[in-house]
Design a protein around this ligand. Sequence first.
Ligand SMILES: *[C@@H]1O[C@H](CO)[C@@H](O)[C@H](O)[C@H]1NC(C)=O
Ligand SMILES: *[C@@H]1O[C@H](CO)[C@@H](O)[C@H](O)[C@H]1NC(C)=O
Ligand SMILES: *[C@@H]1O[C@H](CO)[C@@H](O)[C@H](O)[C@H]1NC(C)=O
Ligand SMILES: CC(=O)N[C@H]1CO[C@H](CO)[C@@H](O)[C@@H]1O
Ligand SMILES: [Ca+2]
Length: 442
Amino acid sequence: MKLLLYLVLLKTALLTLTDVFAVVLEDEEDATEGKVTETCPIKLKTNRKCEEGEDCPYQINLPPMTMQLPKEFRLLEKTLKEVQTLKEAVNKLKKCCQDGKLQADDNQERDSSNEFLLPNADTPAENSKIQDNRVKELQSKVNRMATSLKNAKNQIQTLQGRLEKMSLINMNNVEHYVDSKVANLTFVVNSLDNKCSSKCPAMQPSPVIQIMQRDCADYYTAGRRSNGIYRISPDPRNGSFEVYCDMQTHGGGWTVLQRRQDGSTNFNRTWNDYKNGFGNLSREFWLGNDKIHLLTKSQEMQLRIELEDFNGIREYAKYEHFYVANEYLKYRLSVHGYSGTAGDALHYSKRYNHDQKFFTTPDKDNDRYPSGNCGAYYSSGWWFDACLSANLNGKYYHNKYKGVRNGIFWGTWHGMSDGIPSGYRQAFKSVKIMIRPKSFVQ
Ligand SMILES: *[C@@H]1O[C@H](CO)[C@@H](O)[C@H](O)[C@H]1NC(C)=O
Ligand SMILES: *[C@@H]1O[C@H](CO)[C@@H](O)[C@H](O)[C@H]1NC(C)=O
Ligand SMILES: *[C@@H]1O[C@H](CO)[C@@H](O)[C@H](O)[C@H]1NC(C)=O
Ligand SMILES: CC(=O)N[C@H]1CO[C@H](CO)[C@@H](O)[C@@H]1O
Ligand SMILES: [Ca+2]
């Protein structure tokens, strides 16, 4: 619970672009930095002997954090200050926690061995009253932070929209940078948290806020090993949704974006369907372009495509970099860094190249084919060029077929013409498109 509260504080401080909190004690902060010991970050001050039973001063050290943001982001430079504020807040909480623990220990001792002492100002009843107030204070603080977080969220979204519109800077990079800083800081706080007793009275009633896993890799890291449907939240500001996780293929931790296996789901769909996703997560589906955008925005992702034809030939294509922009940018695809066995059909040639192409659906033509809509012609949504050297959202054929090449297609498939009579086209038995953070370690 404490940990969760800290995370709220962390996120809040970083996202808060308004002057909600007073600037805190920078000198004092500096003075405590750089003296961290490896073993236990919570240390008694050493310059003074501490008598038993006396109120001892405690000091908490956090490892130094330095954040650098590009000059252009004057607004975000404030996050620097906020992290300082945040550290101060964590220090205070930690101190309060430690005090509470001392008092609790104190009380226990009194209860067991000194039953006949006259009650004084430190009786458990008054003690818990004090802690009650402390909790209330904390709760109202959290509430205030939540409110300002809401404001900041709106501001950031407006700002991000504007920046992306102007194509000036990639807000995603900055967000990612800040997020990774938060991740580091969170790690520090977490390790501090372990040192703090679980019976910390001031902290127990902290608000219940779920920390969601960002993707399947997080679940894998947390020890989950079975394929199936999991709920994830790549960006806590944008809620959560369910995905299918492949925890077994090639090291596991894969969030599956698309699956074809039996033709049970129609992929001849509208822009809106592709935006929100469709199909059945345990069978055939398209996860949805908004979700794919969120996933690839939250972390640097690698892409893995698995294909199998009806001759039982299985190949894969892996890309070190995969990003899908937002709806405003028509879900533009960025993909590069190929390796694998299936061939790099996404960059087939200069003429046929799906990298940096917009998403097109039968009802929304964003392709590079001037005299028609590739999505309508090939009955699917895809990052069409003019038109295609690959299309994994084509119609599911159960056998070779004739006519328009509107089936599932991968232009570099090596058995392309083997055993296929002329005039017929290759069909694919199964497709899986999945992603995993670049930083994933098995
Ligand atoms: C997080 O901390 C580790 C070491 O503690 C450091 O190597 C890494 O660069 C840090 N990441 C960021 C984004 O600061
Ligand atoms: C795809 O959907 C459109 C519109 O519903 C329809 O006209 C077209 O025939 C469909 N294509 C195929 C191959 O089913
Ligand atoms: C999805 O498919 C599974 C397995 O076939 C089935 O049990 C489930 O009811 C389906 N879900 C929906 C929403 O159709
Ligand atoms: C997947 C998802 O829920 N995406 C939403 C994130 O937030 C933006 C803006 O509020 C929505 O437009 C997306 O649909
Ligand atoms: Ca067109």
